[in-house]
Design a protein around this ligand. Structure first.
Ligand SMILES: Cc1cc2nc3c(=O)[nH]c(=O)nc-3n(C[C@H](O)[C@H](O)[C@H](O)COP(=O)(O)O)c2cc1C
Ligand code: SF4
Length: 402
């Protein structure tokens, strides 16, 4: 079964749904009652920005922190393979605003920041127009444009940017829910998470749970790319098998070697194995994988997995905020070694170095950037073991011949 709740209604490609149409279709946003956080908790809604943390738990933590709070709706979408937040904001900006205002009422916030990437001008324009449509007394949100970059969307970097204009992660604790924007408890929540909350408040936790397969709750926005016939963003029932999801994108275009699940912070999975996995964040985590921000990217059989891995590791190394040695120097060294292997100029020890260094870099940064990067690399070393060995073998043979 596929599902559609966020993108139900007019064709998302037709542009932003206006306020009157939105209200006529989904009804007015109910006031945040005393049990709203309980409803969100019982709905099983998990964050859609990457870490899949329970949304209700975070709302309760912010609500119980002392003093007026701040809500930061995270729509920066720095992951290069992801489009789902942009599609959502361009098509259903009022659902995102509803979710942000609802969250503000639930956690006791008097400041709402809509945090967007300056490299996504259509999403920024749609959110700005939607905000202008709101009655003046509800237009208590500000739009902040963050510089493009992978780390910009990390929650402490987002808070730091709003506070100081520097989009650099800062060491935690205190976590933003304790002390964030203006030094106040801050709810940093992905825009898709907020849009789901806006519908759960209207239709209830049972309705949301019933949308998913098995124990997975709700629907999920996914960005499907790479070697598929119709790349794009789809909304499906959580828990749907990956093979069925790829079918919605017209199936793979030619042979598929592997699927990158979860984007650049996710992991490679053999194509055959991927088809049977389910887009269920909790189930994937229990199996040592991650749905991340909902990216499914298919690597064609004709591509070089080693070259592709080297390209991504180089990109992630370049996105380090250069504040922590193991992240800045470690990721650069890993990217250098990957590129030597991909170019056939490795002197054979690089593969062992990749395995050793990746273990040394993990957990050594102020934010989780290096952890995500080495998680990606380790999955590549596992799934493309033969290709990496062969690339080094060719190098060794070449060196002997020379
Ligand atoms: C390097 C890095 C980049 C991130 N980029 C984003 C992003 O672009 N958008 C986003 O919503 N969350 C991003 N996150 C996750 C946020 O830190 C945070 O967990 C999230 O916005 C919380 O919302 P959620 O609980 O609704 O997922 C990133 C995390 C890391 C470590
Ligand atoms: S771990 Fe990397 S990205 Fe994160 S703060 Fe340190 S240098 Fe910046």
């Amino acid at each position: 079964m596929t599902g559609s709740s966020l993108l139900a209604g007019p064709d998302p490609r037709a542009g932003a749904e206006g306020l009157q149409h939105h209200l006529g279709r989904v009804g007015p946003l109910p006031a945040a009652g005393p049990d709203l956080i309980g409803v969100i908790e019982r709905s099983g809604l998990l964050g859609r920005g990457g870490a899949s943390f329970p949304v209700g738990t975070k709302w309760r933590a912010v609500a119980s922190s002392p003093g007026p709070a701040v809500v930061l709706a995270n729509g920066s979408e720095g992951e290069p393979l992801s489009r789902k937040d942009q599609v959502l904001m361009c098509a259903r900006p009022h659902l995102v605003l509803d979710g942000a205002f609802l969250a503000a009422d639930a956690v006791g916030a008097d400041r709402v920041v809509i945090y967007l990437g300056e490299d996504h001008p259509e999403a920024a324009a749609a959110m700005t127009r939607a905000l202008q449509e709101r009655p003046a007394d509800r237009r208590r949100a500000e739009i902040v444009l963050a510089p493009a970059g992978y780390v910009t969307g990390e929650e402490s970097a987002a808070v730091n940017f709003v506070n100081t204009g520097a989009s650099l992660p800062i060491a935690v604790p205190p976590r933003p829910f304790e002390r964030g924007v203006d030094g106040r408890p801050t709810l940093v929540q992905n825009v898709e998470s907020l849009a789901h909350a806006a519908l759960i408040a209207r239709r209830g936790d049972e309705w949301f749970r019933s949308l998913g397969h098995g124990s997975a709750a709700g629907t999920v926005l996914l960005t499907i790319g790479g070697a598929v016939r119709y790349p794009g963003v789809v909304e499906v029932a959580a828990g749907l098998p990956v093979g069925d999801v790829l079918g919605l994108a017209g199936g793979t275009d030619g042979g598929a070697r592997a699927v990158l699940l979860g984007g650049y912070f996710g992991s490679w999975v053999e194509a055959g194995e991927a088809n049977d996995l389910r887009v269920d964040a909790s189930g994937l985590r229990a199996a040592g994988r991650s749905l991340g921000c909902g990216v499914l990217w298919v690597l064609p059989e004709t591509a070089s997995p080693v070259a592709e891995t080297a390209r991504v590791v180089r990109y992630l190394a370049g996105e380090s905020a250069s504040q922590c040695g193991p992240c800045f120097f470690g990721l650069r060294a890993l990217a250098d070694a990957c590129e030597r292997i991909a170019a056939g100029s490795s002197h054979g020890q690089d593969l062992e170095r990749l395995r050793r260094w990746s273990a040394e870099v993990a957990g050594r940064g102020a934010c989780r950037h290096p952890d995500g990067a080495v998680g990606f690399l380790r999955s590549a070393l596992q799934v493309f073991d033969d290709e990496f060995e062969a690339a080094c073998g060719r190098t060794r043979a070449g060196a002997l011949r020379a």
